[in-house]
Design a protein around this ligand. Structure first.
Ligand code: PLP
Length: 419
């Protein structure tokens, strides 16, 4: 427990999901006449009232376009937007707010890096990925390879869902021009040893991008300590609105890489005989940004920091342990991804029940899970399944909701003639 977390615990006492739920109006709704048990947090989290209130205050009191305004309201909008950048810097412990580029989400953050890397790749170049990447951390690199002739090398996943670190280490070498690895697998919940992987990349002189979509709202982060070159995150997976995310990139990269999109905001001077680009991060933020989204992201970070991310993570860990215990007792149920450490995601298959059928039955019980390939088709192939059922927890979920998940599986068995 960090000293800040210990201080919060001393002042506020232990956290409980029941009290935290009151901050999330979306959880107090019904589905098919049943109270909602929202267990699809790896896809998108619900938003606390603090985020909704910050958005309303921004809209009512501040909204205008940012950066070029000569009026007070534009100054207020700019201060709110740049304030959110500073909060994101703090969240990641980046050295400077200039290292934070706002994007639409992790997908755009990864695409930004991939699109700007053409000049650094040739037919001998290798991009090292892992077998557990989300399609967002595969397809942009495949497209880069199509443009440049570079090749993808894939580190395998062990039966437990852990990354094969020995194989990964063997793949990172003199031809590696980039390593791109997920921090937490969205499909398995497995947490990768990213600090160790950064060290492997550093020793080979290769830059490393970490896809933090599933980590940024659950694990305290320090990009300087990690030593990564790029870190991608999505707001909507950490209690902020959709359509906002961020890319952390070490300053030398942002200085050296060419711009991503062209247009307003990213220029200093435009003439028909040539254009000079703005300084980072603005060089990578063409057009009017998602100002309110950034404000919402800052508010979400404040909300999480206010409760202490480690204390919230402890609640999630309790849910993971309880759900794992309950589900592994179910006949014919196999959890895919048992390696530790894990975030609060449980992916499973049940003999004779298709994940989509289970998802539909559970929905009618008010229990929202995700069923399918989770945008990780190569990983599904690795485990020889077309898809899984995935329950993913946030600190506001309860043990009673886990019980409802298990009861829903019983209902599905009855309806499908298994019981
Ligand atoms: N990476 C991982 C590990 C994810 O889980 C996701 C979304 O599920 C993404 C990337 C893409 O995030 P977004 O759709 O918010 O851009």
């Amino acid at each position: 427990m960090s000293s800040a977390t210990a201080r919060l615990a001393a002042v506020h006492g232990p956290l409980s999901a029941q009290t935290l739920r009151a901050d999330f109006p979306g959880l107090a709704t019904t589905v098919h006449g049943k109270p909602l048990a929202y267990l699809d947090n790896a896809a998108s989290t619900q938003r606390p009232r603090a985020v909704m209130d910050a958005l309303t205050t921004y809209e009512v009191e501040m909204h205008a376009n940012v950066h070029r305004g000569v009026h007070a309201r534009s100054d207020r909008a700019t201060a709110a937007f740049e304030g959110a950048r500073e909060r994101t810097r703090g969240w990641l412990n980046a050295l400077s707010a200039d290292e934070i580029v706002f994007t639409r989400g992790a997908t755009e953050s990864i695409n930004l890096v991939a699109r700007c890397m053409d000049g650094r790749m040739d037919a001998d170049s290798e991009i090292v990925l892992t077998g557990m990447e989300h399609h967002s951390n595969i397809v942009p690199w495949q497209q880069l390879c199509e443009r440049t002739g570079a090749k993808i090398r894939v580190a395998p996943v062990l039966d437990s869902g852990a990354l094969d670190m020995a194989a990964l280490s063997g793949l990172i070498g003199g031809n590696t021009r980039l390593v791109a690895v997920t921090h937490v697998s969205n499909a398995l919940g497995v947490i990768n040893p990213v600090a160790e992987i950064c060290e492997l990349a550093r020793r080979a002189g290769a830059p490393i991008l970490i896809d933090g979509a599933q980590a940024a709202g659950h694990i305290p982060l320090d990009v300087q300590e990690l030593g990564c070159d790029f870190y991608a995150l999505s707001g909507h997976k950490m209690y902020a609105p959709t359509g906002i995310g961020a890319l952390y990139a070490r300053k030398p990269w942002l200085d050296d890489l060419p711009p991503f999109l062209g247009g307003g905001e990213m220029i200093l001077e435009v003439r028909f005989d040539g254009t000079t680009y703005n300084d980072p991060p603005h060089k990578f933020e063409a057009g009017t940004p998602n100002i309110s989204g950034a404000v919402g992201l800052g508010a979400a970070m404040d909300y999480l920091a206010g409760h202490g991310l480690e204390r919230l993570a402890a609640l999630e860990h309790g849910l993971l342990e309880y759900a794992t215990e309950r589900l592994q007792d179910e006949p014919g149920l196999k959890i895919i991804g048992t390696a530790s450490p894990k975030s609060a995601v449980v992916s499973f298959v049940i003999d004779g029940i298709h994940p989509h059928d289970l998802g539909t039955v559970l929905d009618h019980e008010g229990v929202a899970i995700r069923a399918g390939h989770h945008c990780a088709m190569p990983l599904m192939d690795r485990f020889g399944v077309p898809g899984t059922s995935r329950a993913s927890f946030a600190f506001y979920n309860t043990h009673e909701e886990v019980d409802r998940l298990v009861a829903g599986i019983g209902t599905a068995r009855k309806l499908l003639g298994q019981a």
